[in-house]
Design a protein around this ligand. Structure first.
Ligand code: RUQ
Ligand code: CUA
Length: 681
C-alpha cells in the first residue's frame, strides 16, 4: 500500500490549476466536473486499505459503533445508517410524505406539513445538526432544514420520529441552517436568498439593494422538551448566507456565517455574484443580541408562519399559525455584527474543536483561509476596520487571519476536525479529501473520492470532542461505482479509516436520496434512550380504544368514526355495515400490543390515501371516502404474526339514503347483532 498519491493524480491536479488560469472560473468548474479519467476506478484500489473488508465488517448480530444520521437532500427525509457497516437502518420522514408508514397521510401527522402556504408535502433537506451540551454530543435530538419552504425540524433520537417543525418567515431559502449553539440554546438559520421582508414584499426585483434583506433566525430550544420558538431575527444587508457554525468554548457566544453574492446581484449570479475577490464571513455576537433584546431594542414585525408540534401523548400533531416575529436591526445594535473578508464565494464555514479557528472554504479560491478568534477580538477592540458594508464594520483581512493553507486542492467545500489538531476538507472539483494541520497550515495527507465530494463527516467532527476514527465522504457523482440503474444512478458515501496517519478507503455504500450533510454519534449515547413501545395507559388520543370493549362505530352526520383495535391477529371490529356513499370514514386504529417491534398496518382497498403503520400503544387515523357501493376489504399491512394474512375485515358500503343500520362486530354477524339490538328496544 503506497502512502503517496499516485503521480498521475498529482499531474491531473496541476493540469487543472493551469487550466483554471486560462479559462473563466465558472466554466472551468462546470467542465472539470464532467471530465473523469477512464482509469479512475482502477486507481481507487491503491487507496483501499488491505484489510478494508475486515475494518468495515460488522458480524451478523453485532451492532455498529456509530449512528450516522444522513440528510436525504431532495427526498426531504433523513436516513439512519450504521457505521462502519454502511447498513441503512431506517428512513425518517420529515418534510416529505412517506407512504411506508403513513407520515403526512394519517390524520395525526398531516398538520406537521402545514405551512403559511398550506399543506406542503415535500422539501429539500441539507444539514443535520445533533444537539450538544458544552459543544459535545448529548444524544437528544437531530435538527434538519427544509431549504425550499423555509422550515426547521426537530427529530427525537429516542423515537426516531419528527416531533416538531417550525417555519421561518422572511426567509427566501433556508440553506444556512440549522446550526446549533454550544448548549443547544438555539438552532440558527440564515437565508440563502435575500428577499424583501414579508411585511413589505411587493417591490421591484431591481430594487434589491434598497429593499432586500438577509434574515438570520435564532430559534430557541427548550432544554428539557426541545420545544422550538423563534426568539428573534437579525435583519442583515441583502446577501446570501451559505453555511454557518457556532463558536465553541471562548467563542461560544459568537456565530459565524459564510456569505456570497455580496455583489448584491439579482440576475445571472453565476457571473455577477463572482465578481469580487472576497466575500465575507459574518461574525455575530449573539450574546450581545440577547442583551439588546433585553433592553427592548427588538421590534415586532408582521410575519406569518406555521409552528407544528407532535405529541407522543395524544399521538397527534397540532399546527398553529403565528403572526409576528421579533426583529433586531444591526443599525441600532452596534457591536453585534462584523464582517471578515473571505476569498472567494465561501461555502463551508467551520469552527475547530477549540473554538479558536474559523475555516472559510472559498469555492473559487486557491487557498483555505483560517481566521483566528483571538485576532478577531483584538481587531474589533482596536477598530482595525476596512470601512463598512451597509453600516456593518468590515475587519481587515490580515488582522483577523491566522493563515492560509496554500494550494490545498480545487473547489474546497467543507471542513471537519479529527480532534488531533487536524482538519479534513472536501474538494468538489479535484474530488478529494485533504487533511491539514490547523496550527501549521500544512497539508499532511490527501485521498481521492469517487467522485465530486460535497460534504464530509467525521463522527463528532463539528463538536468540541470529535470521536474521530472515520471520515465519510458524501459524493455527488458515482458514475461507474455501482451496477447501473438507468439514467439516475445511486448517490453514494465512502468510508475512510482515519485512525492512522494516512486516510484509508474501506467502504463504498449507496445512500437514500442525495446525501448533503450528515453527523455521526456513538451508538452508546443513543441506544440506551431508545423508546420501545408507547404505554397504552398513557395514550391520550381522543379516539383511542384501549381495549376491545371500548371499540365502537359512531356516526356524526356524514362522518363515521371507527374506534378500532389491532392485536395479533385481528381487528376489532372486523365487520362494519351501514356506511353510505357520501360518508367520510375515519378508522382510528389503536395497536393494543405492548411488546417491542410489533406494529400493525392498516389499509383499505381503493382508498385515495396511503396506509397507516401503528406502533404498540399508539393510535393512528386513516381517512377513507368510499368511492363505490359494495363490500370493501381492509387488512393489516405489516407481517405481524403467523396469522397476519388472516388479519383482515370488511366494510359494507350502501347507496346514499339507504336504510342499512350502522352496525359492527367481531366474530359475529353485525347485521344480526343490529337486528337483536333493534328488537330489544
Ligand atoms: S451544501 S455540498 Cu447544501 Cu451543505 Cu455543501
Ligand atoms: Cu397485524 Cu399483520
Amino acid at each position: 500500500m503506497k502512502n503517496k498519491p499516485k503521480k498521475s493524480y498529482l499531474n491531473k491536479n496541476k493540469m487543472k490549476i493551469n487550466y483554471l488560469r486560462i479559462v473563466a472560473i465558472g466554466a472551468a468548474i462546470a467542465g472539470m466536473a464532467a471530465c473523469k479519467p477512464a482509469n479512475e476506478k482502477a486507481s481507487s484500489d491503491s487507496f483501499l486499505a488491505g484489510d478494508a473488508a475486515e475494518r468495515a465488517y460488522v458480524k451478523p448480530g453485532e451492532h455498529d459503533e456509530f449512528y450516522n444520521i444522513v440528510s436525504g437532500g431532495f427526498n426531504g427525509q433523513l436516513s439512519v445508517v450504521g457505521l462502519p457497516s454502511g447498513r441503512t437502518l431506517k428512513i425518517i420522514p420529515v418534510f416529505s410524505q412517506f407512504a411506508e408508514n403513513g407520515w403526512g397521510y394519517s390524520e395525526e401527522t398531516k398538520p406537521m406539513l402545514n405551512t403559511s402556504h398550506g399543506f406542503v408535502p415535500w422539501d429539500d433537506s441539507h444539514h443535520v445538526a445533533l444537539s450538544t451540551t458544552n459543544s459535545e454530543h448529548d444524544g437528544k435530538w437531530a435538527f434538519i432544514n427544509g431549504n425550499n419552504t423555509p422550515r426547521i425540524a426537530r427529530v427525537s433520537l429516542s423515537t426516531f420520529r419528527t416531533e416538531e417543525i417550525i417555519e421561518l418567515p422572511n426567509s427566501g431559502g433556508n440553506h444556512s441552517s440549522p446550526f446549533i449553539t454550544a448548549n443547544t440554546e438555539y438552532a440558527v438559520a440564515g437565508t440563502r436568498f435575500s428577499v424583501p421582508p414579508d411585511a413589505k414584499a411587493d417591490v421591484p426585483i431591481s430594487s434589491f439593494k434598497q429593499n432586500f434583506k438577509g434574515y438570520i433566525s435564532f430559534v430557541s430550544i427548550d432544554k428539557n422538551t426541545g420545544r422550538m420558538g423563534i426568539k428573534f431575527q437579525l435583519k442583515t444587508p441583502g446577501v446570501s448566507f451559505d453555511l454557518a457554525r457556532a463558536g465553541k468554548a471562548k467563542s461560544a457566544g459568537w456565530f459565524f456565517f459564510s456569505t456570497y453574492n455580496t455583489e448584491q446581484a439579482n440576475s445571472l449570479l453565476e457571473v455577477n455574484a463572482s465578481q469580487k475577490d472576497k466575500d465575507f464571513i459574518l461574525a455575530v455576537n449573539w450574546k450581545k443580541a440577547e442583551e439588546y433584546l433585553a433592553q427592548g431594542k427588538g421590534k415586532k414585525e408582521a410575519a406569518k408562519y406555521a409552528h407544528n408540534v407532535y405529541s407522543d401523548e395524544t399521538h397527534s400533531a397540532t399546527s398553529t399559525i403565528m403572526n409576528e416575529v421579533m426583529t433586531l436591526d444591526p443599525k441600532e445594535c452596534p457591536g453585534m455584527l462584523y464582517f471578515m473578508p473571505c476569498p472567494k464565494s465561501p461555502h463551508g464555514c467551520d469552527v475547530d474543536p477549540t473554538g479558536q479557528y474559523i475555516v472559510g472554504s472559498g469555492k473559487l479560491a486557491a487557498v483555505i483561509p483560517v481566521f483566528s478568534f483571538d485576532k478577531m477580538i483584538k481587531a474589533i477592540e482596536s477598530k482595525t476596520f476596512d470601512g463598512d458594508f451597509d453600516g456593518i464594520p468590515v475587519l481587515k483581512y490580515d488582522a483577523v487571519l491566522h493563515g492560509e493553507v496554500k494550494k490545498p486542492g480545487l473547489g474546497p467545500l467543507h471542513t471537519e476536525f479529527d480532534g488531533k489538531g487536524n482538519a479534513i476538507t472536501s474538494f468538489f472539483v479535484s474530488s478529494e479529501l485533504v487533511k491539514w494541520n490547523i496550527e501549521k497550515l500544512e497539508v499532511v495527507d490527501r485521498v481521492p473520492t469517487f467522485y465530486s465530494v460535497g460534504h464530509l463527516s467525521i463522527p463528532g467532527g463539528p463538536t468540541a470532542k470529535p470521536h474521530g476514527k472515520y471520515v465519510v465522504a458524501y459524493n455527488k457523482i458515482t458514475k461507474d461505482r455501482y451496477l447501473p440503474t438507468g439514467p439516475e444512478l445511486a448517490q453514494s458515501a465512502q468510508l475512510y479509516d482515519i485512525s492512522g496517519d494516512k486516510m484509508k478507503l474501506i467502504l463504498d455504500f449507496p445512500t437514500i436520496g442525495e446525501p448533503h450533510y450528515a453527523e455521526s454519534i456513538p451508538a452508546a449515547l443513543v441506544e440506551k434512550n431508545v423508546k420501545k413501545i408507547f404505554k397504552l395507559e398513557e395514550n391520550k388520543h381522543p379516539y383511542a380504544a384501549k381495549g376491545e370493549k371500548e371499540t365502537k362505530v359512531v356516526r356524526k352526520g356524514n362522518e363515521v368514526h371507527v374506534y378500532m383495535t389491532a392485536i395479533r391477529s385481528h381487528f376489532a371490529p372486523d365487520n362494519i355495515e351501514g356506511v353510505k356513499m357520501g360518508d367520510v370514514v375515519y378508522f382510528h386504529v389503536t395497536n393494543l400490543e405492548q411488546d417491542w417491534d410489533v406494529p400493525h398496518g392498516f389499509a383499505v382497498r381503493g382508498n385515495l390515501n396511503a396506509e397507516v403503520l401503528v406502533m404498540p400503544g399508539e393510535t393512528s387515523t386513516l381517512k377513507w371516502i368510499p368511492t363505490k357501493v359494495g363490500v370493501t376489504p381492509m387488512y393489516c399491512t405489516d407481517f405481524c404474526s403467523a396469522l397476519h394474512q388472516e388479519m383482515q375485515g370488511y366494510v359494507r358500503v350502501s347507496p346514499a339514503g339507504s336504510n342499512v343500520p350502522l352496525s359492527w362486530g367481531l366474530g359475529k354477524n353485525p347485521t344480526a347483532e343490529a337486528e337483536k339490538k333493534v328488537a330489544k328496544n
